[in-house]
Every structure is written in structure tokens, then in C-alpha cells.
Write a protein that binds this ligand. Structure first.
Ligand code: CDP
Length: 200
């Protein structure tokens, strides 16, 4: 039975998604983008607690979840403790599933899976992150930077499960390296941990 969790946390547009998908594909682990859960709750409208309690696969498959607006709406509903509580069990079960899992988000190493075998905190300067997000979404780069900073402040400042690096997380700051280089670093760290745990 292989139970092995890789927790990847960090601020907006830090490259967590790219790194998580690559780590999961490299080691054959399942991947859950937990930000998508909050984006889907924010996009659903109505009562966010009810939306979180009744979230379906179809809600997660919407085509408009990657926009800047959906990111802002996600970080607003993510403040609500009942929303976070409604999404907790699903994430915990996913983290400890048979065969191993990679989860990326804000509170995976601190709250969802403090027992994760590997914890990475992926970050970069706000300017570098905003530039990378702007290359994806286009528009006005100054506005993208303002959105990134606003979301970071909300995510780090909230009372329930604020964004911070777990005490035992390895920090990867990709301000001066490409996301590809950060990905190689992450794969190396996870490979070492898997070997140390005798799982490969
Ligand atoms: O892709 P990006 O880093 O821009 O954002 P995301 O991971 O899709 O997360 C969107 C928002 O959901 C974040 O700004 C957080 O407010 C919230 N979130 C959270 O509170 N906890 C998580 N585990 C994941 C996301």
C-alpha cells in the first residue's frame, strides 16, 4: 500500500500548477488542484457555503474558472470557515489515497495534510508572478500585478488557514529561475523523499 502525499503551497501564480502536474506525471501520482475547488465555489454564485457543500464534477469543469475574476471570487469565498470545512474531507481523502497524491493550494502542508511526506512552498516575487500570469491571460500587466497583490494579502491575512509555509516545507523561490528549472528541482526533492521512504 503506497500512501505518499506531496503538498505544494504558495502564493498566486507561483507556478504551483505546472510543477504539481509535472511531479504527478513523473512519479505516477494523482493530482488535485485545490484552487479549482475554491474557484468553482466562487463562480457558482448564491450562498457560498451551500455551493461548497453541493459542489459537483460539472462545477469543476466550467470553462471560466481560470480568469482573474474567478481568482478574486475564489479568494473571497476562501475566507469563510464553513466553506473551507465543507471542502476539507474530500481533500484529506484525496491526499491519503492509495497510490499517492500531489495536492497544490494554500494550506495543504499546514492544515489539509500536515503529515505529508514532502512539503514544498513555491514562491517568486509578486512582479515575476504577475508577469507570468499576464503572459497567460493578457490584458493590462499593472492590473494583473494589482490583482495578484490583493489576492496574496487576502490569502495571507485571513484568520482561517492563512497562506504560509509549513515549518518543515522546502522553499523554492523561482524569482531568478524558470518554472522549468523549479520543476526539475521539485522532481529531485520528491524523488529523494520517495527513495528515503523506500517507495521506489
Ligand atoms: O492559480 P493561482 O495560484 O492563481 O490560484 P488558485 O490556486 O487557483 O487559488 C485561487 C484562490 O483560492 C486563492 O487565491 C485562495 O484564496 C483560494 N485557495 C485557498 O484558499 N486554499 C487552497 N488550498 C487553494 C486555493
Amino acid at each position: 500500500m503506497v500512501i505518499f502525499t506531496v503538498a505544494i503551497d504558495g502564493p498566486a501564480a507561483a507556478g504551483k500548477g505546472t510543477i504539481s502536474r509535472a511531479v504527478a506525471a513523473h512519479f505516477g501520482l494523482a493530482h488535485l488542484d485545490t484552487g479549482l475547488l475554491y474557484r468553482a465555489v466562487g463562480a457558482k454564485g448564491g450562498d457560498p457555503v451551500l455551493a461548497a457543500q453541493t459542489l459537483t464534477e460539472a462545477d469543476l469543469a466550467r470553462g471560466d474558472l481560470r480568469t482573474l475574476e474567478a481568482g478574486q471570487a475564489a479568494s473571497r469565498v476562501a475566507i469563510i470557515p464553513e466553506v473551507r470545512a465543507a471542502l476539507l474531507d474530500f481533500q484529506r481523502r484525496f491526499a491519503r489515497r492509495e497510490g499517492g497524491a500531489v495536492l497544490d493550494g494554500r494550506d495543504i502542508g499546514t492544515v489539509i495534510c500536515p503529515e505529508a511526506e514532502v512539503k514544498l512552498y513555491v514562491t517568486a516575487s509578486a512582479e515575476v508572478r504577475a508577469h507570468r500570469r499576464w503572459l497567460e491571460v493578457g490584458g493590462d500587466e499593472a492590473r494583473v500585478l494589482a490583482e495578484v497583490k490583493e489576492r496574496d494579502a487576502r490569502d495571507m491575512g485571513r484568520a482561517d488557514a492563512p497562506l504560509k509555509a509549513a515549518a518543515d516545507a522546502v522553499v523554492i523561490d523561482s524569482s531568478d529561475m524558470s518554472v522549468t528549472a523549479a520543476t526539475s528541482l521539485a522532481i529531485g526533492i520528491v524523488g529523494d523523499a520517495l527513495r528515503a521512504a523506500g517507495k521506489v
